[in-house]
Structures are given as C-alpha cells and as structure tokens.
Design a protein. Structure first.
Length: 79
C-alpha cells in the first residue's frame, strides 16, 4: 500500500478557507499552551518521589522496622 506524502509545496497550492485557517490558528494556540505542561508534570512526579522517599526513610529508621530487618538478615546469614 502506498502512503501519500504531502509536501510543503502541495500545502501551499491547496486553497484554504476561513474554517481551515481557524483550525490552524486553534491548533497552534493549543500547542503553545501545552509547552510547559511536561515540565509541570515532571515537577509533580519529583515531589511525589521525594515524599515517598521521606516516608520510606521514616519507616525504615524506626525501631520496629530496624528489628524486623535485622531479624531477616540474621536468619538469612544463619543458613
């Protein structure tokens, strides 16, 4: 199956009505509005990761968790 390739020259030769021009303007504006979105998403994920790491440190540094981990390691090494 052949795929149709539209070149820049083909696009310039194609007459565009007002509706097509409005769609192009809308698409361009939508793309510009989303430019910083990826950065914001990475920031939110980074904050969640730091929060989870802090929670993990708090749990693992408690006496109960330390005792459980020590028991597991001692049992594993006693074989």
């Amino acid at each position: 199956m052949n795929s149709m390739v539209i070149t820049r020259a083909d696009q310039e030769r194609t007459p565009k009505g007002p509706a097509a021009q409005r769609v192009e303007v809308w698409a361009r504006q939508l793309h510009q509005e989303e430019d910083g979105l990826a950065t914001a998403e990475y920031g939110i994920v980074m904050l969640a990761a730091v929060g989870f790491a802090g929670l993990l440190v708090a749990v693992l540094s408690s006496g109960t968790a330390r005792g459980l981990l020590t028991g597991i390691i001692e049992r594993a090494l006693s074989f």
